[in-house]
Design a binder for this molecule. Structure first.
Ligand SMILES: Nc1nc2c(ncn2[C@@H]2O[C@H](COP(=O)(O)OP(=O)(O)O)[C@@H](O)[C@H]2O)c(=O)[nH]1
Ligand SMILES: [Mg+2]
Ligand SMILES: [Zn+2]
Length: 347
């Protein structure tokens, strides 16, 4: 039985240098197939030929806010790149921009080193939606309370991070509202994740967060109302992102951040703030692959009687035995079952 290494994060990442499974052209082919949209003529610039001179800040179907030469401009997206196609651009994309009569036009998108994607309804079909591109870090923000800590959503983001080749970090915000960290947080420390307790009220953990984000491009994600935008404001009051009161009646945050957007903060911090999500559709993972993304389940699962054990009902399942013996977290196992089941429904 192979032992998990004790050093470093146990979460797995795909090798980004081999194969072109996630290359841009493949994404579009996959999307087109799912949406049954005829493919437009290929753009002039193949991803490999793109010489990036700008970065995408945010975009709508037809227009993109871009950073070029230290300025922010609105650029038109070349129709051949699939105008109106929600997956064509994402904040963080490195692009080649050319000027036609002073109008900046996005001509090509460089291959992505990493990305955060979700399964979403695009043109009434389920397809990949890229939330952020070329990010070094996925900052999964959860609240210690208001709204309550939800391991299920954290687990989904954790899978998305591994699929997209992004290093995950868990921020547990609103620590001022509790006496101690929620119990489930321990699970994430145990599987080797960095966990940062923070509070925008007391300032706890903000310096540590600043250090983690410094010099990197990160994407901040999590349930709405957990304090994603507040954390960015606390790190740099100059950016002044709109935040939302959590409604007293149902304790559920409402959506304030409507579009993912790249912010450049002081201290060499670049972060993409995303709208709150109640859920995250897991993209590009089959039901059989889910266990692979729960490193501690995958490790225990090597002791199952059957090599292709689904850990749902089989005799001699080491995972179920370990959960029953209290050695493997019931919450993570339940989350595994739920995600597996939801992927079977999507298939
Ligand atoms: N008590 C407390 N409230 C916070 C904290 N951070 C954010 N909030 C509040 O939580 C609500 C939602 O914050 P917001 O930043 O809009 O959340 P987002 O949807 O994740 O971007 C706002 O009313 C904030 O003032 C915190 O650390 N402690
Ligand atoms: Mg927000
Ligand atoms: Zn099993």
């Amino acid at each position: 039985m192979k032992k998990r290494q004790k050093k470093g994060p146990a979460v797995r990442t795909r090798d980004w240098t081999t194969g072109h499974e996630f290359a841009f052209s493949h994404d579009r082919a996959r999307h087109r197939k799912a949406a049954s949209v005829p493919a437009p003529p290929e753009p002039d610039l193949a991803p490999e030929a793109v010489k990036p001179n700008a970065v995408v800040v945010s975009h709508t179907g037809r227009w993109a806010f871009i950073q070029i030469d230290g300025r922010e401009l609105m650029a038109e997206i070349d129709g051949r790149l699939g105008r109106g196609d929600a997956t064509v651009l994402a904040p963080g994309d490195e692009i080649q921009v050319e000027f036609a009569d002073d109008t900046p036009i996005v001509r090509g998108i460089a291959p992505r080193r990493s990305k955060l994607s979700r399964l979403a309804h695009v043109s009434s079909a389920l397809a990949e939606q890229i939330i952020a591109a070329n990010v070094d870090l996925l900052v999964i923000v959860a609240a210690a309370a208001r709204p309550n800590f939800k391991p299920g959503l954290v687990d989904r983001y954790l899978i998305a991070a591994q699929v997209g080749n992004v290093e995950p970090v868990l921020v547990v915000n609103k620590m001022d509202l509790v006496n101690a960290e929620p119990n489930e947080v321990r699970l994430y420390r145990e599987i080797g994740m960095s966990v940062l307790p923070t509070s925008c009220e007391t300032g706890e953990g903000l310096e540590a967060l600043r250090t983690v984000l410094s010099g990197k491009l990160s994407v901040v994600a999590g349930h709405s109302g957990v304090g994603k935008s507040s954390l960015l404001n606390a790190l740099d009051p100059m950016i002044d992102i709109a935040t939302q009161e959590v409604s007293q009646s149902n304790e559920k945050g409402r959506h304030t951040t409507t579009n993912a957007r790249l912010h450049t903060l002081s201290g060499g911090i670049r972060v993409i703030d995303t709208p709150g999500a109640r859920n995250l559709g897991v993209w590009n993972v089959s039901p059989e692959e889910v266990a692979y993304y729960f490193p501690e389940l995958a490790e225990v699962g090597e002791g199952c009687r059957f090599r292709d054990c689904t850990h749902t009902h089989e005799p001699g399942c080491a995972v179920r035995e370990s959960v029953e013996a209290g050695e493997t977290s019931e919450a993570r196992y339940a989350s595994y079952l739920r995600i597996r089941e939801s992927l079977q429904k999507d298939a």
